[in-house]
Design a protein around this ligand. Structure first.
Ligand code: 13P
Length: 390
C-alpha cells in the first residue's frame, strides 16, 4: 500500500516547503540503502530509475525488487522513470511499475519539446501516471565520475515555463538554473532570481536535476522557490565506489567482505539528504493525504462452444499476450484454462491503475483481439475489474 500517486506526493512537498529526494538506484545495495534511510527518517521517497543506466543493469529484472520494496515499506514511495529517451521508454517504464515518468526532450526546439511532451502526457495520464517535463538543458556527464563544466547550460525561461505547463498538462517541471548532472568543478552558481520567476510562471512543483554538490543552504533556498523534488545519484555512486576502494584490501578475499557495507554507506548519505531537504518525519501526513496507488486485475472468463485444441490455446495465448501487452498501462497478461473445465478459458490482465480500465476497453488492440477470439465461435464472456489492495 505505501506506493502513492507521485503527483500527490510532490504536491504535498510543494505546499509544505520541503523536497522529496529522487534517488537513482542501480542495484539492490542502492535500493535497500535508500529504503532503509527513508524508513529511519519516516520520509516519503522516490526511487529513480535512469534510462541511461539500463545498459548497466536489467531494468525488468530490478523492477520487481523495487515494487516489492515499495509495497512492504511503511513510508510512502513513488517510482519514477528518469530521462526516458522516447514515448516508448515511458510506456515501458509504466509497464514495469513506474508511476511517474520523464521523457527528456529538452534538447529539442521549444515547439517540438512541447509537442512530444504533450504526447507523453496524453499516454501517461491515460494510465493515471504523472509526467515531469523539462525546459532548458542540464548538461550530462560524459562518463560517471568525470567532473562537468557548467558550459553549454541553457537556462529555463519563465515565459516558456508557463507555455509548457499550459500547453502540455505536465505535473512537475525540471528546470535549468545552474545545476549539472554529475559533480561540477567548483561550487555550482544558481540563478535564484530566474528560479523565482520560473516558479511564479509555472505554478507547479519544480524539479532539480543534478543534486550532487549542492550545499544545504542552496537546497533550502531552492525549496523556498518551489522545488519539490531533488534528483540525486552521482554522490551515491561515489559513496559506493569509495567504500569499495577502501575495503578492497589484500586481506579481504570475498565479494561480501569488500562490498558488505555499501548499503549502510548509501543509507547514511541518503539520510543526510533527507534531513537537509526537510522530508524527514513527513511520512504519516503524506500517507494520510495522498491517494494510494492501486493496480487493477482485469479478469475475463470465456466459455467456448467447443473445447479448443492445445495448439489453438497456445496460439490464442501468444496472440493475446502480444496484442494486449502493447496497450499503454497493461503490466502483464496471463492466460490459462480452467482446471478440469473443458472449453473454459481465463485471462488475467494487470492494469497499472483504475484509470487504465477505460483506455484499455477503448483501445483498438482490444477490439483486434476480440475479433481474433470470435474466430473460435461465439464465446460466452464474463469480465470483472478488481482493484487490488495490498
Ligand atoms: P546527480 O547525478 O548530479 O546527483 O543528478 C542526478 C540526476 O539529476 C538524475 O536525473
Amino acid at each position: 500500500m505505501p506506493l502513492v500517486h507521485s503527483a500527490d506526493m510532490l504536491n504535498h512537498a510543494y505546499r509544505h516547503n520541503y523536497a522529496v529526494g529522487a534517488f537513482g538506484v542501480v542495484n539492490l545495495d542502492f535500493l535497500e540503502g535508500v529504503m532503509q534511510a527513508a524508513e529511519n527518517c519516516r520520509a516519503p521517497v522516490i526511487i529513480n530509475l535512469i534510462e541511461a543506466h539500463f545498459t548497466h543493469y536489467d531494468f525488468e529484472l530490478l523492477m520487481p525488487s523495487v515494487l516489492t520494496a515499495a509495497r512492504r515499506a511503511k513510508i510512502p514511495v513513488a517510482i519514477h522513470l528518469d530521462h526516458g529517451i522516447s514515448i516508448e521508454s515511458a510506456q515501458r517504464g509504466i509497464q514495469a511499475g513506474c508511476n511517474g515518468v520523464m521523457v527528456d526532450t529538452s534538447l529539442l526546439p521549444l515547439d517540438e519539446n512541447l509537442k512530444l511532451t504533450r504526447e507523453v502526457v496524453a499516454m501517461a495520464h491515460s494510465c493515471g501516471v504523472a509526467v515531469e517535463g523539462e525546459l532548458g538543458y542540464v548538461p550530462e556527464t560524459a562518463e560517471e565520475g568525470v567532473e562537468t563544466n557548467p558550459e553549454g547550460l541553457a537556462y529555463t525561461l519563465p515565459a516558456e515555463a508557463r507555455a509548457m505547463v499550459e500547453r502540455t498538462g505536465i505535473d512537475s517541471l525540471a528546470v535549468s538554473i545552474g545545476t549539472v548532472h554529475g559533480r561540477m568543478k567548483g561550487t555550482p552558481k544558481l540563478d535564484f532570481t530566474r528560479l523565482a520567476k520560473v516558479s511564479e510562471a509555472a505554478g507547479i512543483p519544480l524539479v532539480i536535476h543534478g543534486g550532487t554538490g549542492l550545499s544545504d543552504d542552496q537546497c533550502r533556498k531552492l525549496i523556498a522557490y518551489g522545488v519539490a523534488k531533488i534528483n540525486y545519484y552521482t554522490a551515491l555512486s561515489e559513496t559506493a565506489a569509495e567504500y569499495i576502494k577502501t575495503h578492497a584490501t589484500p586481506d579481504r578475499k570475498s565479494y561480501k567482505a569488500i562490498t558488505g557495507g555499501v548499503r549502510s554507506a548509501i543509507r547514511e548519505e541518503v539520510e543526510r539528504c533527507i534531513h537537509a531537504w526537510g522530508s524527514s518525519g513527513r511520512a504519516a501526513e503524506v500517507l494520510e493525504q495522498c491517494r494510494p496507488w492501486r493496480e487493477v486485475e482485469h479478469v475475463v472468463m470465456y466459455n467456448a462452444p467447443e473445447p479448443l485444441s492445445a495448439n489453438a490455446i497456445d496460439l490464442m495465448t501468444r496472440q493475446g499476450r502480444e496484442t494486449l501487452a502493447a496497450i499503454p498501462g497493461v503490466r502483464r497478461v496471463l492466460a490459462g484454462t480452467v482446471a478440469n473445465g473443458n472449453g473454459k478459458y481465463c485471462w488475467l490482465v494487470r492494469l497499472a491503475s483504475p484509470v487504465v480500465i477505460e483506455s484499455f476497453n477503448q483501445h483498438p488492440k482490444q477490439a483486434q483481439f476480440a475479433k481474433y477470439l470470435s474466430q473460435h465461435g461465439t464465446l460466452e464472456r464474463a469480465a470483472l475489474n478488481f482493484e487490488l489492495r495490498e
